[in-house]
Design a protein around this ligand. Structure first.
Ligand code: PLP
Length: 369
């Protein structure tokens, strides 16, 4: 059978909305095969430059793990000042997004609301399950367009708000979040994605969980905790919502080594490392932003509440190519609504940030644009 015939057979068999999907373009996948991994400096996926050291106890690996490992749940609940019953551990915050879509949205019928420019996985998760996606664009200052969002009451089952927002680094005010929670009360789940909250911890919305039954907060160990490779995230919500999500989660989502390492990262010493890393990265971010603003036609966009800097330059294509040539990988955000010509730099360690700045200066000085 020819390749063409076999493709027809397969696409005929494949669910229609799945045929229309394209695999997720992760920051890493975009540059796969672009050279020896070790030579590249990865400042494109908002990962931490500061890996920790962990040992695992393999003596339990012959057994299935608990669905919700007790030590991890208790440690995270304590860290977030919540009850264990309000805490769910998942394969990254991404799985939390997927569970919400699967538990609350009916395929081919229901929709979610997202507020772009924002994180891409809300729309991707919805599309994967044939759930509709409505968009309410952020205002020019990247705050929520509240009247527009409220016009979706009774039209969507979940509203996704990212705060601090990726890729703008802006946080949403509690006043705005409360307004959305009130408007969608008994109507829809309001998800506040706090993947970067450790960089702006004063603005966490966890204090609202006791009052608003439709609030869900997403957290992760992938960013400030420097454990993106672990794939471990948390969903914080009322115990009723957690019980609902437990109906759709896989039986053994958290591998035993992941549970061991996550528990360790949430002990006092792990928390102290994370808080120290956050301070270092915040200082680097402020200094990088200040220096960048004076280079070429660079215009800084957004705010400082996460571990990345967003900027605009008319030379974004040439600058990206120049940085790739010098093995420095940042992320193109220019395809996002309202982010034409924008690039995003993840804050690296001081040496990486210094190298990056020197390259960007050289690019503009040499008239490459
Ligand atoms: C990185 C990121 C996530 C995904 O986190 P994982 O725990 O690695 O799945 C979720 N939301 C936002 C806004 C992110 O930037």
């Amino acid at each position: 059978m020819s390749a063409k015939e076999s493709r027809n057979w397969l696409s005929d068999l494949t669910v229609e909305h799945v045929n229309a999907l394209t695999p997720y373009e992760s920051a890493r996948r975009l540059f796969a095969g672009s050279g020896a991994d070790a030579e590249q400096v990865w400042l494109n996926a908002n990962e931490s430059p500061f890996a920790g050291e962990y040992a695992v106890d393999s003596s339990v690996f012959n057994r299935y793990p608990d669905c919700q490992p007790d030590t991890v749940i208790k440690a995270y609940a304590k860290y977030a000042s919540l009850q264990a019953s309000q805490t769910l551990v998942t394969r990254g915050a991404d799985e939390g997004i997927e569970l919400i879509v699967r538990a609350f949205c009916e395929a081919g019928k229901d929709s979610i609301l997202i507020c772009p420019p924002t994180y891409g996985m809300y729309a991707i998760s919805a599309q994967t399950f044939n759930v509709g996606v409505h968009r309410s664009l952020l205002n020019n200052d990247f705050s929520l367009n509240i009247p527009d969002i409220l016009s979706y009451v009774s039209k969507v089952k979940a509203v996704f708000i990212c705060s601090p927002n990726n890729p703008t680094g802006t946080s949403v005010s509690q006043r705005d979040i409360v307004e959305v929670l009130e408007a969608f009360k008994d109507q829809a789940i309001v998800v506040v994605d706090e993947a970067y909250i450790e960089f702006d911890i004063a603005q966490t919305q966890t204090d609202l969980l006791g009052k608003y039954e439709n609030l869900v907060i997403l957290r992760t160990l992938s960013k400030a905790f420097a454990l993106a490779g672990l794939r471990c995230g948390f969903t914080l919500a009322s115990s009723d919502i957690i019980q609902t999500l437990l109906k759709v989660i896989a039986p053994y989502p958290i591998p035993a080594p992941v549970a061991q390492i996550a528990s360790k990262a949430l002990e006092n010493q792990g928390l102290a490392k994370m808080r120290n890393d956050v301070e270092v990265l915040k200082a680097e971010l402020i200094s990088l932003r200040t220096t960048l603003a004076d280079i070429g036609d660079i215009q800084i966009i957004g705010d400082t509440n996460a571990n990345f800097v967003l900027f605009r330059t008319q030379s974004k294509t040439e600058l990206m190519a120049y940085l790739v040539k010098h093995k420095m990988l940042i992320r193109d955000q220019s395809k996002q609504i309202n982010l034409q010509n924008c690039l995003r730099i993840t804050i690296g360690n001081p040496a990486q940030n210094k190298t990056l700045l020197a390259l960007i200066k050289a690019f503009f000085a040499d008239g490459n644009q």
